[in-house]
Design a binder for this molecule. Structure first.
Ligand code: NOJ
Length: 563
């Protein structure tokens, strides 16, 4: 395998809306990211991924783009974007943007044209179909496919009396990748940003570009009046890989860039090779969701009740399946969460009693797995899920679509419990910089309420504390990128140890020269984990301890003696 610069990086994902506001409008902006570049550099990361800041009506916080070539005034200007790229590069930090290729906003000029008439030259850039009629003559969508954000994946448009496809919100019409001109336009846009100096892309919703173009009904069993969540109809379809190969040849092959496709929950590790095999014309890596969806983080309301108990065997086997399935074939990104998932310390750790220790343990796992680790902003200080006491405090488009239908089924309290565990807003609250009003994020009214624990959990507190979550993340990043264990941690092989241990996630990373063992207790109680400790030295840990009894959420990174 040829070593690449992006294998030797630690990424840091920034959700610009919630990172740092410099103009007091309650929304984070690009000058805010520039202001924090020294902080970002102090973490030791060498790559940032910035979520969309293009012009957008913000129905889905920027994933509904109305102009790919400009920055939304909420976030700043194109000059700010250039300055951000320049200043990040000055600090040795590469910058990747979120490339949104599956859909645009309904306010994008392409769609405005497309919807204007059936004859318009951009009509075919989107997916338009006639509706159907039921026995009583009522108009129905062209088929029974569900959208990811509730309801049908079609929306009726009165101008021409047809439906357009939208697998996310009504304001996010899907692009028609079968159209040659559209594909060329997307390639041009990606080149434009690469020419401007960005180092690559996280490619949004990439699994969905190709649809089943028969548009036949799904045969999935659903209750009458409901739509079928049959994601295969628009996920990982063969035709998609033709588009990706073309995009690779037209765009990616001409730049020294990195690409991470978001393939979500639909693709497995075998399909990952089709997207990002080391010898495939596609992307360099793909994000999967399999390990992020446990503990009620996703799915039905029933799974978000009661105390969380991680199924550690299931969790580590999920990692193992991906890591061994990809070994030698696909380079993986590793991450605990992004802006679509709950906070990891609330999901697999303990946000209260063992906050510090459990957040550090999760960081240790992330930064010692094979692949390129991505830290999500705020994770490095152990930010937690929200403590909101009203459904109205949430703001995500998914929540806005979900709540009206949920109110017909379950109590307000149940909805609130569900959202506090599963909502995407958990990860989107303002970054907690210090203990001043609004956590130092804004001088105005923040677009989402700050989590109540900011006086305790914030960057300033942790920067001055050698024992903090933040200090541990910095140490772990140094260990991964700059220590004598760098090679084994980045390129070494992976093997679970005692894979059926119910409480501990332990594994070995090894190459010809070194052997490193990582042992992580996922329980809030002492557990026993036996290996021959005399043969190893402790390289890093979050509790002063030795022997086979592990304290709650304790981790140890061990190195073989003489190695
Ligand atoms: C995945 C993004 O991460 C998510 O935030 C967004 O809602 C959908 N794609 C649609 O673009």
């Amino acid at each position: 395998m040829k070593k690449q610069w992006w294998m030797e990086t630690v990424g840091y994902q920034i959700y610009p809306r919630s990172y740092k506001d410099t103009n007091g409008d309650g929304i984070g902006d690009l000058p805010g990211i520039i202001e924090k570049l020294d902080y970002i550099a102090s973490l030791g990361v060498n790559l940032i991924w910035i979520c969309p800041f293009y012009q957008s009506p913000m129905d889905d916080n920027g994933y509904d783009v109305s102009d790919f070539y400009d920055v939304d005034p909420l976030f700043g200007t194109l000059e700010d974007a250039k300055e951000l790229i320049r200043q990040a590069h000055d600090r040795g930090i590469r910058v990747i943007l979120d490339l949104v290729m599956n859909q645009t906003s309904d306010e994008h000029p392409w769609f405005v044209e497309s919807r204007s008439s059936k004859e318009n030259s951009k009509r075919d850039w989107y997916i338009w179909r006639d509706g159907k009629k039921d026995r009583k003559g009522n108009l129905l969508p062209p088929n029974n496919w569900a959208s990811f954000f509730e309801g049908s994946c079609w929306n009726y448009d009165e101008t021409t009396g047809q439906y357009y496809m939208k697998i996310f919100s009504n304001k996010m019409p899907d692009l028609n990748w079968e159209n040659d001109e559209l594909r060329k336009a997307m390639a041009e846009m990606a080149k434009w940003w690469l020419d401007l100096g960005v180092d690559g892309f996280r490619v949004d919703a990439i699994a969905h570009l190709a649809k089943d173009i028969t548009f036949r009904n799904s045969k999935m069993n659903v209750e009458p009046g409901h739509f079928a969540p049959d994601w295969r109809k628009f996920s990982n379809r063969d035709r998609l890989f033709d588009y990706l190969a073309e995009f690779h040849d037209d765009v990616l092959a001409h730049y020294d860039c990195v690409t991470v496709g978001e393939v979500g929950g639909g693709a497995n590790e075998k399909e990952a090779e089709r997207y990002a095999g080391l010898n495939t014309k596609g992307f360099n890596m793909v994000f999967n969701f399999d390990h992020c969806w446990k503990n009620g983080a996703f799915g039905d309301e029933g799974r978000t009740v009661g105390k969380l108990t991680t199924d550690v065997i299931d969790l580590k086997k999920t990692f193992e399946r991906w890591i061994l399935g990809c070994e030698g074939k696909v380079w993986m990104p590793q991450y605990w969460l992004n802006h679509d998932h709950p906070r990891v310390v609330s999901q697999y750790g303990d946000p209260d009693e063992y906050h510090r220790i459990s957040a550090q343990m999760l960081g240790a796992v992330l930064l010692t797995l094979p692949g390129t680790p991505f830290i999500y902003n705020g994770e490095e200080i152990g930010m937690t899920n929200v403590d909101y006491d009203s459904v109205d405090d949430f703001n995500d488009v998914w929540v806005r679509n979900y709540v009206p239908s949920a109110r017909k089924r379950i109590s307000e309290e149940r909805i609130l419990t569900h959202l506090r565990r599963a909502s995407r807003d958990n990860a989107r609250t303002p970054m907690q910089w210090d203990d001043s009003e609004n956590a130092g994020f804004t001088t105005g009214k923040p677009h989402l309420k700050v989590v109540g624990n900011y006086k305790k959990i914030n960057v300033r507190n942790q920067e001055n504390d050698d024992e903090s979550v933040l200090s541990m993340y910095k140490r772990l990043i140094q260990l991964r990128l700059h220590s004598d264990l760098k090679d084994v941690l980045i390129y070494g092989k992976f093997e679970l140890i005692q894979d059926n241990h119910p409480d501990v996630f332990a594994y070995r990373r090894y190459d010809e020269k070194n052997e490193v063992i990582i042992i992580a207790n996922f329980r809030d109680r002492n557990v026993i984990f036996e290996i021959d400790y005399d043969s190893y030295d402790i390289v890093c840990s979050n509790v002063k301890n030795s022997g086979c009894e592990f304290m709650p959420y304790e981790f140890r990174i061990l190195k073989a003696k003489g190695g």
